[in-house]
Design a protein around this ligand. Structure first.
Ligand code: HEC
Ligand code: HEC
Length: 334
């Protein structure tokens, strides 16, 4: 079964390759966004940086998706409320719009749906949706931003997550050297980087890492040809479908800015890109690369780093007497 699926994928990729020899490459340049509601984006940016959406008053989306570090926390697995060890590595928020779904197991269809998760996740921000709405609604300084974005000042969870998603949609990283090359500037990447790209294509990496995001377009088994060993207990898509055959199937991660988003894999166990490439070659494709080949693929992957979004740090309106107080050290409720 595993073999036939692999063969099917391989022949798909060969068909794809011969078609692409004439026409397009398997990777497309990522396009800058057009913003049609700047007030909504501005509000979403404020909420993305808003620590008062957490129980402690200290953790914001940016704590784990730090826009100064490629939209991740560079930790194996994230740190949440009460210093809780999260179960899984944080994927980047950069370019996350346009993927087949959100989360490693795809359990949220959209960014709007996704954003509701972490606020109430006990291992992340550990608040509740009621509390989040109460807190934001209590801060008079937010009223004008909600009014500008939605026409009136009402605060509810849908508006909060719609605004966050609108901001996240602007977190695109165009103009990488690889995109310049795709658009015809043959000098934008070096000969070694080009060798790496050709190896990436010829090996079959583009079966799964393709499109504008260089990933994010399908769910695939981690360990296509050889089982991947990990102590991490994440079940992948099985957690969503309940089907045993979906164990260890994950959303293929985005490789844009992958140079910045270490450590790698859902368990964060690959510390370097070299390790990640060697493991991918081995467990997904049954390939053992030479040191030189690995270095070439890594060199190619680093050409995927694009212009990072220029985010002006928002100034958040202050709490008032009516704003619920925060006590990060409040004893955990049993
Ligand atoms: C405590 C750390 C933490 C906080 C805080 C946090 N996240 Fe995450 N985020 C994660 C982790 C870990 C995952 C992966 C979880 C999974 O797939 O099961 C994730 C997944 C995501 C994804 C999916 C990306 C993808 O490619 O699948 C998006 C988008 C995202 N978070 C946005 C947000 C937003 C918006 C907020 C604030 C409301 C937020 N996150 C708060 C750690 C965090
Ligand atoms: C059969 C599909 C498939 C193929 C082929 C494949 N990958 Fe992957 N790749 C995945 C999946 C799924 C993951 C996530 C696995 C996990 O975290 O457990 C991943 C993860 C990665 C990561 C880590 C990204 C991150 O942010 O954690 C890198 C780097 C990567 N792949 C590079 C490659 C390279 C290079 C090749 C070719 C040698 C390749 N992949 C071939 C499906 C594939």
């Amino acid at each position: 079964m595993k073999k036939t699926l692999f063969a099917a994928l391989l022949s798909m990729s060969i068909a794809g390759l011969s078609a692409s020899a004439m026409a397009a490459e398997p990777i497309d340049p990522i396009q800058p966004v057009k913003v049609d509601n700047p007030a909504l984006v501005e509000l979403g940016k404020m909420l993305f940086f808003e620590p008062r959406l957490s129980r402690s008053g200290f953790i914001s989306c940016n704590s784990c998706h730090n826009l100064a570090t490629g939209g991740v926390d560079n930790l194996k697995t994230s740190i949440g409320d009460r210093w809780a060890q999260g179960p899984i590595n944080s994927p980047t928020v950069l370019n996350s719009y346009g993927q087949i779904a959100q989360f490693w197991d795809g359990r949220a269809k959209t960014l709007e749906e996704q954003a509701a998760g972490p606020i109430a996740n006990p291992l992340e921000m550990a608040s509740t949706h009621e509390m989040a709405v109460k807190v934001i609604g209590s801060i008079p300084g937010y009223a004008k931003y909600f009014k500008a974005a939605f026409g009136d000042a009402k605060v509810d969870m849908t508006r909060i997550t719609d605004a966050m998603a609108a901001f996240e949609k602007t977190l695109v990283t165009p103009n990488s050297r690889f995109d310049q090359w795709l658009k015809g500037d043959k000098n934008a990447i070096t000969a070694d980087e080009l060798k790496g790209y050709n190896l990436f294509k010829a090996s079959g990496c583009t079966m799964c890492h393709n499109g504008a995001q260089v990933g994010g377009s399908s769910f695939q088994k981690m360990g296509m040809v050889r089982p991947y060993k990990t102590t991490n207990t994440a079940e992948g898509v099985k957690a969503v479908t309940g089907r045993d055959q979906d164990r260890m199937t994950f959303k293929v991660p985005i490789l844009r800015n992958v140079e910045l988003t270490y450590p790698y894999f859902h368990d964060g166990e690959a510390a370097t890109l070299e390790q990640a490439v060697e493991i991918m070659g081995d467990v997904q494709l049954g390939k053992r690369y030479t040191k030189e080949e690995t270095a070439q693929i890594v060199a190619f992957l680093k050409t995927l780093t694009g212009d990072q979004p220029k985010v002006e740090y928002p100034v958040l309106p202050p709490s008032v007497a009516a704003t619920p107080a925060f006590n990060p050290w409040e004893p955990a409720k049993k």
